[in-house]
Design a protein around this ligand. Structure first.
Ligand SMILES: *Cc1c(COP(=O)(O)O)cnc(C)c1O
Length: 232
């Protein structure tokens, strides 16, 4: 299916999730995750009117950036090795995976403008998932106070790879509640109003629970490149 046909279906699902939960559709941005697909397919996403592209590896981001440059806003969504920050820092607008102080310090050091960052939270507690434990986030955030090139705009999580709707909802709701607590702190360096959550299999539930950015790969642009299926 074409990206625009997929996008139409996904938009309808987001619209009804917004209606169901009394949310304003304009609060929800779609990030097309292009890590499995070619540059041509990523370009198709732009042609379909998608403004945000996400990649989880520096190689993938650089390959697509070299062709598409600053046409979309770029989101780095994968776990990020500190030594790779310098490769991507001038290309990305958003980093979704800040999960340790050393990484935040490096981003701050290399950045030549403000980088919008999310703190990644491991809400589900799965050992395989990156991110801070929910009860570490409050203390962590204060450590970022003097990193003037970083703006903590929100929290990000990956839900467990399950079908159980109750459990998924619970995960997203916990991230939202944590976000609300941080918003209440009124920190200038960490407005933390955004929620990056929801992927191909669970984005509708995530939107019902307050997602402001959904990261959708397979359901939107597909997964045409065979060898990119490895876990990194
Ligand atoms: C791959 C990836 C996605 C998109 O996953 P799909 O299930 O293909 O929609 C979203 N977020 C992160 C962090 C990813 O690595």
């Amino acid at each position: 299916m074409s990206v625009s046909a997929n996008y139409e279906i996904i938009n309808q699902q987001i619209n009804s999730a917004c209606e169901k939960s009394g949310r304003n559709r304009a609060e929800v941005k779609v990030i097309a995750v292009t890590k499995y697909v070619s540059v041509a397919r990523a370009k198709e996403a732009l042609d379909a009117g998608i403004l945000h592209l996400g990649e989880n590896r520096d190689e993938g981001l650089l390959e697509k950036w070299s062709v598409l440059a600053d046409k979309p806003s770029w989101h780095f969504i994968g776990s990020l090795q500190t030594r790779k920050v310098k490769n991507i820092i001038d290309k990305v607008d958003f980093i979704h995976s800040v999960d340790r102080l050393s990484l935040a310090v490096e981003i701050n050091k290399r950045a030549t403008r403000t980088i919008n960052c999310f703190i990644q939270v491991n809400v589900s507690g799965e050992a395989s998932k990156h991110g801070l434990e929910p009860d570490q986030v409050g203390e962590f955030i204060y450590q970022l106070k003097d990193l003037s090139n970083i703006r903590i705009i929100g929290l990000m999580t990956m839900a467990p790879n399950i079908k159980d709707e109750t459990e998924l909802r619970d995960c997203f709701r916990k991230l939202r509640q944590l976000r609300d607590k941080i918003v209440d702190l009124n920190l200038e360096f960490a407005p933390c109003t955004e929620l990056s959550m929801g992927m191909s299999n669970d984005f509708a539930i995530a939107v019902e629970e307050g997602a402001t950015m959904v990261r959708i790969g397979t359901a939107l642009v597909g997964e045409e490149v065979e060898e990119a299926h490895h876990e990194y």
